[in-house]
Design a protein around this ligand. Structure first.
Ligand code: FAD
Length: 802
């Protein structure tokens, strides 16, 4: 065993082996993998080996598509068989809501290039006759679905890595990982210590323990999971072709052919967590005792859907643990707060996702960034607020709802409330219907009178529609108030603060008393942040951005910090409100003795409001005349009392996130991770207008952004008005022109002020023309759409700036 290496990967499951292979594929051959037992000894060996591309998140679906295509490459490189069966598979819908979901998924697949099909019950019966189609509305068929041999596949990754120079050491448990001052690591093992530049935690079932060795907490939990393999079934083995996979979400089951019988697994509603207090080190290549009582309801439902099961004998019962993050997605990337320490954990579908996870991590390690937006699987989507007590109930909820319809507006209840601002009780008393955002409770909207305090999950307009309209009108006609705790906020101070900002942000850094908007770019020129920068003094700046991106942005700031600059995340140390609408100025003037009539759009000032000295920024994401007022959280209730009292003569109403996301559409404002994400460039999204091309600074991403400007974008973001009925665009719906899918939507919604359904969509540049007519497919129906060239509200910005 060598004692120095560039990378130590801890864990020889499918994920660790994939990471190892991809590192070698991208040119790092001085890499090694340490496995405490034999390869596959964690959750990998007993997996059912199923794989599929379908995933509600398009970036996860892309990783899954990559993984499935990779297996042939592995077989060719190594000569080993992955035991591939491309049997195709479908997901059943037994309610209109679930069918809506499948229609929405099919629509997304059109621009993703996935050849899925919607099937009728008769078509289902034809290709999978063992399915009882009673109550089935339809299904989504994916020809790429299939299954493989988990052990063979893991060994194929391992052999491919070895062939490219990687070393794999088995029976070598890692006992400690100790950082050195220069950012490298001493990895202490049963067989000696290895000095490594980088460490990757691919510890699977033991990822929590491995993370703890480096002093960090990884938010995942192992769950117990069952599948059964039946004896031979004539209706299965007498077929000419392999039986397709069938997922019956309402019945909580997935089914496929195994030899001459069937294999059926269950995601039961009352699941059980495994090893709550830590995974035992003496557990290796083992199963858990059968517990058929736990899945008896699911078994009964599967007998109804697949009657042949009721009489088939059970040949094998597999009951084993595997890990889940609170949202069910992998936890990948550089661990915030640690140098050269990487996570490849929480991969609950190693055979659908393991290849993509390995590729993404290897790209990140070897080049500093990934080719696509990582937000859905980046470990930094969880911040320091994540803790054990939260993870367990959220993982339980995720497991038990794995096959529930994933409504875009659903707010799941487990582990809430976790973080609350001082305004929680006040807003709750005013009828707040709460959302959950990066651990924090945030009002989505306010119910009034007899309106229910619960938003009905739906793909169509929900019961929040009326209330949201009411709040939008309050803003546009008078004044609305909304808490700004849920903005990510940073203080940047020190002699080099301006230089640092000039380097890290692509836009202009403002003079004292002023505010600018700026994109933050990756080295390859893609958007990794959209920031508001306020200059309080020559060495004193404030940044605001997405609350949910705090760990992501802080990690980037840490990685690119300069001497004599202090960057502090003050998101939870600073709170306040925004007031917006034509009466906002009058409200603000009522509570301060200082004259604010000369406060221009994009000015920032320190003002005394009654008892408090606060920072006021003249800017509003609602696109209206508005002010953001920042204070200490302990002062927030006092500030509220003042603003609320001053707002009453003007009909002030509180407004929530639903109204904010509707109001921004009136002015065509994009939003983080919808329009502005690492999948897109400033030139494509229009954010290039905020780039300070003339500043004499080599800001990060400059060369790439200049090249993109020179080449011109091949697609551009446009705003459309859609002839929708009761369902608006959510994101990734295809855009049709002349009978062809040419683009897709990034987000949309209903503009209550304009009375129109709106959507942002990417259109190929050559097709963009004034008043362009197109169609946007919403829930399977192609709706007429017309490009809106300039905002229909406040087109000249007079109201916002006036
Ligand atoms: C019953 C069941 C059915 C499943 N069916 C499917 C399916 O059909 N399709 C699918 O895609 N997925 C399925 N899965 C999930 C799949 O098994 C996991 O996604 C996958 O195994 C995760 O792989 P991993 O490499 O992350 O973790 P693991 O397989 O747990 O590997 C981690 C490895 O790290 C090693 N290790 C840990 N700590 C140390 C240390 N300190 N030093 C050295 N080595 C260490 C362990 O020994 C282990 O080998 C199923 C899981 C179960 C339980």
């Amino acid at each position: 065993m060598k004692t120095t290496t560039r990378v130590v990967v801890i864990g020889g499951g499918v994920v660790g082996c994939s990471v190892l292979y991809h590192l070698t594929k991208l040119g790092w051959s001085d890499v090694m993998l340490l496995e405490r037992s034999e390869l596959t000894a964690g959750s990998t060996w007993h997996a059912a080996g199923g794989f599929h591309t379908i995933n509600g998140d398009t970036n996860m679906a892309a990783l899954q598509g990559y993984t499935i295509k990779l297996y042939k490459e592995l077989e060719e490189i190594t000569g080993l068989s992955c035991g591939l069966h491309h049997s195709g598979g479908f997901t059943l819908a037994t309610t209109q809501d679930r069918f809506d979901h499948l229609l929405a998924e099919r629509a997304k697949h059109r621009h993703m290039g996935l050849d899925t099909h919607i099937m009728t019950p008769d078509e289902i019966k034809k290709i999978a006759p063992i399915t009882n189609i009673d109550g089935v509305v339809g299904a989504l068929y994916d020809p790429l679905d299939g299954h493989l041999d988990p052990s063979g596949t893991t060994h194929a990754y391992a052999r491919a890595a070895r062939m490219a120079g990687a070393e794999i050491v088995t029976h070598c448990r890692v006992l400690e990982t100790n950082p050195r001052a220069d950012g490298t690591w001493d990895v202490v093992t049963e067989q000696g210590t290895i000095h490594a530049e980088h460490v990757v935690n691919a510890g699977g079932l033991w990822a929590r323990e491995v993370a703890a060795m480096a002093g960090h907490y990884v938010p995942l939990h192992p769950m117990e999971h069952h599948y059964l393999v039946t004896d031979d079934i004539p209706e299965v083995y007498e077929r000419d072709t392999e039986h397709p996979h069938v997922v019956d979400p309402a019945g909580e089951s997935y089914l496929r052919q195994e030899g001459r019988g069937l294999c059926i697994g269950y995601y039961e509603k009352k699941p059980r967590a495994w090893a709550v207090d830590g995974s035992p080190w003496d557990f290796a290549a083992e199963l858990l005792p059968d517990d058929l009582d736990k899945i008896s309801d699911s078994i009964e439902m599967s007998w109804h859907r697949f009657p042949v099961l009721a009489t088939a004998g059970v040949k094998r019962v597999i009951h084993g643990p595997f890990t889940f993050a609170p949202d069910g997605n992998p936890l990948v990337g550089p661990v915030p707060g640690l140098r050269n320490y990487w996570s490849a954990c929480g991969v609950m579908a190693g055979f659908s996702q393991g290849g993509g996870v390995g590729l993404m991590l290897a790209q990140w390690m070897t080049t500093g960034e990934c080719e696509r937006d990582t937000s859905s699987f980046d470990i930094a989507r969880y911040g320091p607020w994540i803790q054990k007590g939260y993870t367990l109930p959220k993982v339980m909820e995720n497991y038990s709802t794995r096959f529930s319809v994933p409504y875009p507006n659903e707010e799941k209840p487990a582990a809430r409330p976790l973080l609350r601002t001082p305004m929680y009780d006040v807003f709750d008393g005013m009828g707040a219907v709460w959302g959950h955002y990066y651990g924090l409770e945030v009002p989505n909207y306010f119910a009034e009178g007899d309106e229910p305090r619960y938003e009905t999950p739906s793909f169509r307009r929900s019961n929040a529609h009326e209330a949201t309209g009411r709040e939008c009108r309050a803003v546009r006609e008078g004044v609305g108030i909304n808490e700004i705790h849920n903005f990510g906020k940073y203080s940047v101070t020190g002699p080099n603060a301006r230089d640092w900002l000039d380097r890290i942000m692509a836009g202009r850094i403002p003079a004292p008393g002023r505010i600018t908007l700026t994109p933050m770019l990756s080295p390859s020129g893609r958007i990794i942040g959209d920031f508001t920068v306020s200059c309080l003094g020559e060495q004193d700046f404030r940044l605001t951005a997405s609350y949910g991106a705090q760990a992501y942005h802080s990690r980037w700031f840490d990685q690119n910090i300069m001497r004599e600059v202090q960057v502090i995340n003050i998101s939870d140390r600073t709170s306040g409100f925004q007031i917006a609408g034509p009466k906002a100025r009058e409200v603000l003037q009522t509570v301060t003795r200082e004259d604010i009539s000369d406060m221009r759009f994009l000015d920032v000032r320190t003002l005394t409001l009654g008892l408090l000295t606060v920072i006021v920024q003249r800017v509003s994401y609602t696109g209206d005349l508005g002010y953001e007022i920042y204070c200490d959280p302990l002062e927030q209730r006092t500030l509220w009392d003042q603003l609320w009292a001053a707002g009453q003569p003007h009909g002030m109403k509180p407004f929530g996130m639903r109204a904010m996301m509707s109001l921004r559409l009136d002015r065509h404002f994009g939003s983080w991770l919808r329009e502005y994400s690492p999948d897109y460039t400033p030139a494509e999204t229009g954010l290039d207008r905020f780039i300070a091309w003339k500043k004499p600074v080599d800001f990060i991403g400059r060369a790439a952004a200049e090249k993109a400007r020179e080449d011109g974008p091949v697609r551009q973001l446009c705003m459309f008005e859609i002839a929708a009925e009761d369902a608006d665009v959510k994101g990734y719906e295809p855009l049709w022109i002349n009978g062809e899918v040419v683009g897709f939507c990034t987000s949309g919604g209903y503009s209550h002020h304009l009375g129109k359904s709106m959507a942002h969509a990417f259109v190929p540049t050559p097709l963009i023309a004034p008043g362009l007519e197109a169609e946007i497919e919403v829930l399977g129906v192609r709706r007429k759409a017309k490009r809106i060239d300039t905002p229909l509200f406040d087109a000249d910005g007079g109201r916002m700036r006036g």
